[in-house]
Design a protein around this ligand. Structure first.
Ligand SMILES: N[C@@H](CCC(=O)N[C@@H](CS)C(=O)NCC(=O)O)C(=O)O
Length: 282
């Protein structure tokens, strides 16, 4: 079921790469798993990291610099891929913001995308798989992500707060139904009925809830991010959290852009935020 593709010693633990026959996607899917040093039989908290447009399961592992602190905190890190690979849908590699590398962590309902582009179900299936096959405590799983993956982390956590008990994001696409990236993806994967999009829009989902994460949500945003004005809309999510009485730390950082120099700068804060949240009993 799980095929080990590679393993590298890293800060006393192991950085692994796996392939699994994904039932949700209907194709082989890859993911990365960092296992910190741990005692035999231990069940550890785990964090899913969802990456952004054009990324793979390797991007976070190589660029975010998360393993050293994950080793210290004893947290497992799971990094899925960002879309199906080799689905063979016509045009799937024509654009960098739709199709391959841009699955948006939703299940497509429109043909021809709905056969394989089912990244929401894939993340849930991976969660089950890692709890079963790796030393992961199913009661202590959190989720975070960047840009498209920030949208994924926020929406998946809001849809399933029972499965993901802690959530944070870097420069998330916070209101996809009203930005060009989100509108393009939702039109292609979900169709033109915009009311159906709102079930996959973090700001709309939050506006319809009451304090789903009582210990708070953490978001970091660079103010020199070239996508901030047109694509990200953190202020919409901030407003929705205020209306829902959801505690939110939205930190805006002068000088930081959209990339991994920004993400790696604040990675430690996110890992400590999740480790603390996952230490509270449910
Ligand atoms: N290809 C795009 C940029 C795509 C992009 O910025 N992707 C972000 C996520 S939305 C990313 O993490 N890229 C990988 C990297 O920075 O290593 C462009 O031409 O501006």
């Amino acid at each position: 079921m799980l095929q080990l593709l590679g393993e590298h010693a890293c800060f006393g633990g192991v950085q692994r790469f796996y392939q699994t026959a994904s039932a949700a996607i209907g194709l082989p899917m890859r993911f990365a798993a960092y296992l910190p040093p741990h005692a035999d039989g231990a069940r550890l908290p785990a964090l899913f990291y969802l990456a952004g447009l054009t990324c793979t399961e390797e991007t976070f592992v190589i660029k975010a610099g998360a393993q050293r602190l994950a080793a210290e905190l004893g947290v497992v890190l799971i990094a899925p891929d960002t879309s199906p690979r080799g689905a063979g849908v016509a045009g799937e590699t024509d654009a960098w913001d739709f199709g391959v590398g841009a699955g948006f962590y939703i299940d497509a309902v429109q043909a021809p995308w709905n056969t394989h582009y089912r990244m929401y179900s894939h993340i849930l299936e991976l969660r089950e798989l890692v709890v079963q096959a790796l030393p992961v405590d199913g009661e202590r799983v959190g989720i975070f992500g960047h840009s498209m993956g920030g949208h994924g982390a926020l929406t998946i956590a809001l849809k399933r707060p029972d499965l993901f008990r802690s959530v944070s994001a870097f420069a998330p696409i916070a209101a996809p139904a009203r930005c060009p990236w989100g509108r393009k993806a939702f039109t292609g994967y979900l169709g033109t009925d915009e009311s159906a999009w709102l079930k996959h829009d973090a700001s709309a989902l939050m506006a319809a809830m009451q304090t789903p994460f009582p210990h708070g949500i953490l978001i970091d945003q660079g103010l020199s991010d070239k996508f901030l004005a047109g694509q990200l809309h953190p202020e919409a999510f901030e407003e929705a959290c205020r209306a829902a009485a959801q505690p939110l730390q939205l930190r805006r950082h002068a000088g930081y852009d959209h990339g991994y120099y920004f993400i790696s700068t604040y990675m430690e804060d996110h890992l400590r935020f999740h480790a603390l949240n996952l230490s509270f009993t449910a």
